[in-house]
Design a protein around this ligand. Structure first.
Ligand code: SF4
Length: 475
């Protein structure tokens, strides 16, 4: 999601006649588009700040700062803090950096306030004391107000510059992609933020309540990037398959002839629709990969997490996927050591792993995120050593399963999207992933590399495998 957001920040700044560079050393202003889903991400930003030269200005946006916003003190509901649509509709906002005195005296919520800097006490104070070159902290939803904010910071803005009418309508002209070394993949957001309030998760507090991008806008953005040479579309949303028009969006994108691959992330187990499974079965461009983030397979733990589904319901979903005629790769997320997780609860989760035959599990050891329901109400009572042990047990199960699944791939014909081409002692090594989202390596000699580039889709035969990796040859 952050890649897609950064592309929007770039679009607005270029609109204000600023030149974008990906190289932080060359920049006058270095922008941190942050995440706070895990504490590790926040710690990383603090470290990265030290690498910025003192003559460079620093801007920080997104959820690392949004859950420290002081305005929430004056609102009736803590959930309002991230839901900024109302103020985003104001045409002439008051841009305000609260001082401590203002915070004490300001009593009324005003929908025309664009909070910056001091509004993010105490984070702003702590970081600004260490790094006086931090010039701006702001919410991501205020990206479309950047022309006004720039003026407030005394930057010259051409008089012709207009503001965008809300965040969802900013149109990134550059291809919003990630660390891929090619531009054949575009990340397209279709919804933002989340209403689920899972007990352990900071996202709804840090980012706000969910909103959906209009279908026409999404399709327009897809078309724009396809015209620039994109061939793989990745639809994004905190609960991507909850978009009321999700199936229609998928169906419409599948009609574009340039689309070689279509993927989406992150889905939620309860919003998988039978029609979507049918599309996975029938539409070759829709990747045969389904991520179903289950977190646990203990009904007691799922209830405490507020996940809203049961073991039996998830079993039905997995059975449906396994019964599709087209072989589908299944992946999941699991949290180990959630408060109160007994040995029996954990064994139930191991049973899930054995039953579902996952290709990949993103395993997280539970750690409380301040401000969440779990942090406030559930003691973090599973010792770190047990969390560690449970994670290792799941890892071992996953490794065995990945080995079994990957052996079945040998001899199959797949398509590899090439991301990197590395030199080695024997020639070159092509790397990236198949349509099942499996990492593949293809060794090539010096002679047959000349026509191959990052971003190419190559037909390959799988020749060998190991856990978490396939080896192939071009056919
Ligand atoms: S669905 Fe749950 S885990 Fe996912 S972003 Fe929303 S609250 Fe967080």
């Amino acid at each position: 999601m952050n890649y897609a957001d950064s592309a929007r920040i770039r679009a607005v700044l270029e609109h204000c006649w600023r030149t974008w560079t990906e190289n932080a050393i060359d920049a006058d202003i270095v922008i941190f588009d942050t995440c706070s889903v895990r504490q590790k991400a926040e710690d990383k930003i603090t470290g990265k700040l030290k690498t910025i030269a003192s003559h460079q200005k620093v801007w920080i946006t997104w959820c690392m700062i949004q859950h420290t916003l002081r305005i929430r003190k004056f609102t009736s509901s803590p959930f309002v803090q991230g839901n900024f649509l109302e103020i985003a509709q104001q045409q002439t906002p008051l841009i305000i950096g609260y001082t401590n005195e203002e915070i004490k005296t300001y009593r009324l919520w005003s929908s025309s306030i664009i909070p910056i800097n001091h509004a993010f006490n105490p984070l702003f104070h702590r970081l600004h004391n260490q790094r006086p070159n931090i010039e701006l902290m702001r919410r991501i939803d205020d990206t479309w107000h950047l022309p006004s904010i720039l003026q407030r910071l005394w930057y010259h803005i051409p008089p012709s510059v207009h503001t965008f009418n809300e965040y969802e309508n900013i149109f990134p002209t550059q291809i919003p992609t990630s660390m891929n070394s090619h531009i054949k993949t575009a990340y397209i957001p279709i919804s933002t933020w989340c209403n689920q309030f899972c007990a352990y998760c900071i996202v709804p507090y840090a980012r706000g309540l969910e909103r959906y991008f209009p279908k026409d806008h999404i399709l327009q953005e897809v078309r724009h990037h396809l015209d620039q040479g994109v061939q793989e579309i990745l639809l994004l949303g905190q609960i991507v398959n909850k978009h009321p028009e999700f199936i229609h969006i998928i169906q419409d994108i599948l009609t574009f002839p340039q689309v070689k691959r279509l993927r989406y992330t992150s889905p939620y187990p309860t919003y998988y629709h039978q029609k979507l499974f049918e599309l996975h079965e029938q539409a070759p461009q829709l990747c045969p990969h389904i991520h179903i983030p289950l977190q646990s397979w203990s009904d007691m733990i799922l209830k405490k997490m507020f996940r809203g589904y049961t073991l039996d319901q998830t079993k039905q979903r997995i059975n449906t996927i396994k019964n599709l005629k087209r072989p589908i790769s299944i992946t999941t997320d699991i949290i180990v050591g959630f408060p109160g997780e007994t040995d029996q609860d954990f064994e139930a989760t191991c049973e899930l792993v054995r039953y579902a035959e996952f290709d990949m599990i993103y395993i997280g050891k539970y750690s409380p995120r301040p401000g969440t329901y779990a942090a406030k109400h559930y003691p973090d009572d599973i010792p770190s050593s047990i969390k560690h042990q449970r994670r290792n047990i799941l890892n071992d199960l996953l490794t065995q399963q990945s080995q079994k699944n990957n052996i079945k791939e040998i001899g199959k014909t797949r398509t590899a999207l090439i991301n990197t081409i590395r030199k080695n002692e024997k020639g070159y090594l092509l790397e990236w992933y198949t349509e099942h989202m499996k990492h593949v390596q293809i060794p090539l000699t010096w002679d047959n590399i000349s026509n191959i580039h990052p971003g190419d889709f190559l037909p390959i035969r799988i020749t060998d495998s190991a856990p978490f990796i396939l080896y192939g040859e071009i056919i």
